[in-house]
Design a protein around this ligand. Structure first.
Ligand code: FAD
Length: 485
């Protein structure tokens, strides 16, 4: 099978039987038609259809090394700098189509699986079978073009104790039994974004496990189908309120559901296990395999697309109401331009200085990408702030689509016209601005970007610990040694 169409994605999801609990109901069939998911499913289906657009298919697909059929370019194992650019072009094309608002398009975790599948030597430190399992799993996901999501973090009950010790160790997902045919998982993880509309869930290590015997049951990396018996998704309420694209331009298209994942004694066959025990290997799971580098390459490409959207949005708003002449407005627009060019520079630097890793995978330079992923969570908070500042009351003078067609339509044209736009055009633009910075959807986007890679505070600590500072310390020491001359 090859890169799939939107219909193939939707048809598979329609036959899936996950356990999805949302707003008081338990849903186990008809996910593509459920009001909380159908618009997002349409959006994801549109991305899969792009793979078959004659104008895009050479960007979005490449010939499978096993079947020769076209498969998604995010599965391509890069061997050259050109391959890295091809991967980025694919990722940018999908990110542009969603204005960078979708965080779990398939290319994100396809990039992770690609890097893991090449790192057989890393997995062999635990068991050579794990490396073979990862490779077979990656090939299955590639050939069937499956959509995966991941869940990493233990429940947030008490962060004053070790993650694995909360409620006496009874909360976090853990291995409770090793049987002849596989392992049994019990407990919970939070969160899995898009869990209900994904095909597969990667239950991968969280960031730091202690190397103690008590941590061993919590140290594992496995994959399960999203409709595996015993697996449940506890969803938050939907932020897609069923309104039109005019009224909720982003929420009606890009609302990616977040769900707590509960494992009620979920059996995972051994062929779906990639790591069992070995906390120290779990801690190096992403870095030693370069998976984190390729995941971040995708994320910075996406956030670049999102920043381009922000620049377009604030520019359109400023022009619409004639405020671009004011210096502080220019300063805000310039701030977005500088952010955009900086993100592009990070990517360019990472690609220019790319080198093959220990497994022969051409790997972008980590430091610029690591800097970008540490910066963006804070940077992103600034964008909605600028949109709110420039939009002001225009973000509340927002009649709905129904109003435009009704008796207040004439008032909208007269009183809500702008320097460059008709009343209806201006309302359409400012509804987009509102959904970016002030709606429930916009609020989740800010939270999502802030915590995308984990807690930014602890990420800063990890950056500091891993960054080679000795040459700069030595430069200062040597300067100080010049005293007294
Ligand atoms: C919208 C959204 C979608 C998400 N989707 C996914 C997903 O698809 N898959 C997935 O695996 N995860 C997902 N996550 C979870 C994400 O990985 C976590 O939010 C992130 O790792 C932070 O962990 P936490 O939420 O448990 O916060 P906590 O760790 O509980 O932190 C809460 C606050 O306490 C502070 N704090 C807590 N412990 C410490 C400490 N030891 N030292 C210093 N400060 C501390 C933090 O700085 C922070 O301010 C999602 C999160 C959000 C918000």
């Amino acid at each position: 099978m090859a890169a799939r169409t939107g219909k193939e994605y939707r048809d598979r999801l329609a036959t899936s039987r996950p356990t999805v609990q949302i707003q008081g109901e338990t849903v186990s069939e008809g996910i593509p038609d459920h009001p909380a998911f159908r618009n997002l499913v349409d959006t994801y289906a549109g991305l899969y259809d792009m793979q078959h657009d004659p104008a895009l298919r050479d960007v979005l697909t490449y010939p499978s090394p096993t079947s020769g059929d076209p498969v998604g370019t995010s599965f391509l194992v890069p061997r050259t700098a050109e391959d890295l650019r091809a991967r980025r072009s694919m990722m940018k094309t999908w990110a542009d189509a969603s204005l960078g608002m979708l965080g779990r398009t398939g290319d994100y975790l396809n990039s992770c699986l690609m890097a893991l599948s090449e790192a057989e030597g890393f997995f062999a430190q635990a068991d050579p079978e794990f490396g073979r399992n990862v490779r077979r799993y990656y090939e299955m996901v590639r050939e069937q073009d499956l959509l995966t999501t991941h869940t990493l973090i233990p429940p947030q009950a008490n962060r004053a104790t070790a993650a694995t010790q909360q409620a006496g160790g009874a909360l976090a997902a853990r291995v409770v039994e090793e049987r002849d045919d596989g392992i049994v998982l019990r407990g919970a993880r939070m969160l899995a974004t898009i869990g209900p509309i994904a095909d597969e869930l990667l239950v991968f290590p969280s960031t730091v496990l202690r190397g103690t015997p008590e941590d061993a049951p919590y140290s594992f990396a496995v994959a399960v189908a999203c409709d595996t018996p015993g697996l449940r998704f506890l969803c938050r309420e939907t932020l897609d309120y069923g309104r039109s694209h005019f009224d909720h331009p982003l929420g009606s298209r890009f609302e990616e559901m977040d769900a707590v994942v509960v494992f009620d004694d979920v059996l995972v066959p051994y062929e779906r296990c990639f790591m069992l025990g070995h906390p120290e290997l779990c801690n190096g799971f992403y870095s030693e395999t370069s998976a984190v580098v390729h995941m971040t390459h995708q994320v910075v490409t996406r956030t670049t697309a999102k920043t381009e959207f922000m620049l377009g949005l604030v520019s359109a708003m400023a022009q619409a109401v004639g405020i671009e002449q004011f210096q502080h407005v220019q300063e805000n627009l310039a701030e977005v331009i500088v952010a955009l060019e900086t993100l592009r520079a990070f990517t360019r630097a990472a690609e220019c200085d790319a080198e093959p890793n220990a497994y022969g995978v051409m790997t972008p330079r980590w430091e610029p990408l690591n800097a970008a992923r540490n910066w963006y969570p804070r940077l992103y908070q600034r964008f909605p702030e600028i949109v709110r500042k420039l939009g002001a009351s225009g973000l509340m003078a927002l009649p709905t689509e129904a109003d435009l067609a009704g008796e207040v339509g004439e008032d909208v044209e007269r009183y809500l016209q702008s320097a460059t736009l008709s009343g209806a055009e201006r309302v359409r633009l400012f509804r987009l601005a509102w959904d970016t910075c002030a709606s429930a959807f916009g609020g989740r986007q800010s939270l999502y970007e802030y915590y995308f890679f984990g807690d930014p505070v602890r990420m800063s600590g990890a950056l500091l610990a891993s960054y080679e500072r000795e040459p700069y310390l030595e430069r200062v020491r040597s300067f100080l040694r010049q005293d007294g001359r």
